[in-house]
Design a protein around this ligand. Structure first.
Ligand code: NIG
Ligand code: FE
Length: 390
């Protein structure tokens, strides 16, 4: 098997607290990483690196783990430029805008949808994302939801069934019948193509009882729960997530003290999606409050054409540092190891022997520059599963 060493790394984020400086980032200065096949096999001081077949000299730049984007909605057609434009002139964000994308997505061919996913993934990869989750949710019929998941599964293993994004416009007069569809025939058609089940628990989407019924049905069919919770208003979603041992409660913008306590005590990661607050001009989620309470926090893009049309994890890191009370170290951890935790993965989100070799070489001396130099394309090389892809 070919081995490659990346040497003379000014600052290497391993996310292994037993390595380097002993912080959660496990930062090693003047470091090297050795990759063999698709795995990391060695990390340590550059001067002690073992001999390898190939050597790449990082020349004083930083290496961080590939970003883990644990929340996106990439199977869609069209965009919602006008809605964004109107919002920036004072209109509020409304979940009902999802219907516009549902119509465009239903009308699109498989090839168009798959090409869209590939395009946004290529964007994300150029910005250092090496693991990503994506969802259905813009089909809302049995056939269209199953189709979206089949297409998503061509591009990633982390596929989420979100038939419960909003009540389908076809069932506007009978939401209970739509919940029956989502938990019955639609679930049967979708479960073979997905790992996760999600529901948008929010005013204008699904209430707590409906969300519980949907996640419980999914779990009985072998899908693991995650949830869109407490985005636009306070609500039952976060506590339901913890009760059902959901891997992640996503958005967490409006939290009571009891919600924060539940996240701190439970096994559910709080996934914050600052692109959504940026793009809907909403108040920022309070990452500091969650971290101080002891909750595990992830950062993700929520990439979708309505509320957050960015595929950039570095952008989300910069927002989280500037506006959500996170330190650069915390934000980097949340965008890598935090995302891995939100997907219940231990093979990604860290650079340590045995981990998948997902590395990002930054054109900067440290990860702090991701927030310090916002909007600058600092990603200069990316390895995914040991292969150089950027
Ligand atoms: O996570 N909140 C629900 N779903 C998406 C928005 C979808 C849309 O507006 O098209 C979100 O923000
Ligand atoms: Fe979302």
């Amino acid at each position: 098997m070919t081995s490659t060493a990346v040497t003379h790394i000014a600052s290497l984020v391993t996310n292994d607290p037993s390595l380097g400086n002993g912080t959660p980032l496990g930062l090693i200065r003047d470091a090297a990483v050795v990759i063999e096949g698709d795995r990391v096999v060695w990390t340590g001081e550059s001067s002690k690196a073992p001999a390898t077949d190939n050597v790449l000299d990082a020349a004083g730049r930083a290496v961080v783990p590939g970003f883990v984007d644990s929340h996106s909605h990439l199977v869609f057609a069209g965009d919602r430029t006008q809605e964004f434009d109107a919002r920036m002139s004072g209109q509020p964000y409304r979940a009902g805008g999802i219907r516009t994308t549902v119509a465009a997505t239903r009308a699109a061919s498989d090839d168009v949808l798959s090409a869209n996913v590939a395009r946004y993934l290529a964007e994300a990869l150029r910005q250092g994302t090496t693991t990503f989750e994506t969802k259905s949710g813009y089909g809302l019929t049995v056939e269209d939801e199953a189709r979206a998941l089949r297409i998503a599964a061509r591009h990633t293993d982390e596929v989420t069934y979100l038939g419960a994004h909003i009540v389908s416009p076809d069932y506007a007069d009978d939401p209970a019948a739509y919940v029956d569809l989502v938990t019955g025939p639609m679930l049967e058609a979708c479960a073979p193509h997905a790992r996760w089940i999600d529901v948008f628990c929010e005013e204008g989407a699904f209430d707590g009882d409906q969300a519980r019924a949907i996640l419980t049905a999914g779990r009985a069919r072998g899908l693991h729960p995650r949830i869109h919770a407490n985005q636009l208003t306070y609500g039952p979603g976060v506590q339901l997530a913890v009760e059902l041992d959901a891997a992640s409660a996503d958005h967490c913008t409006h939290l009571t003290d009891a919600d924060v306590d539940a996240l701190a005590q439970g096994n559910t990661v709080a996934t914050l999606l600052p692109g959504a607050e940026f793009s809907t001009r909403a108040a920022w989620p309070d990452a500091r409050r969650l971290l101080d309470a002891g909750a595990v926090v992830a950062l993700s893009t929520d990439c979708n054409p309505g509320s957050s049309f960015t595929s950039s994890m570095p952008f989300c890191v910069a927002l989280a540092v500037r506006d959500m009370g996170m330190s650069p170290d915390e934000a980097l951890w949340s965008a890598t190891a935090g995302g891995a935790a939100a997907l219940r993965r231990t093979d990604v989100g860290r650079i340590a022997p045995g981990a998948r070799a997902d590395l990002v070489l930054l054109d900067a001396p440290s990860h702090v520059h991701l927030a310090y130099r916002p909007g600058v394309p600092l990603v200069s090389a990316v390895w995914r599963s040991g292969e150089r892809v950027v």
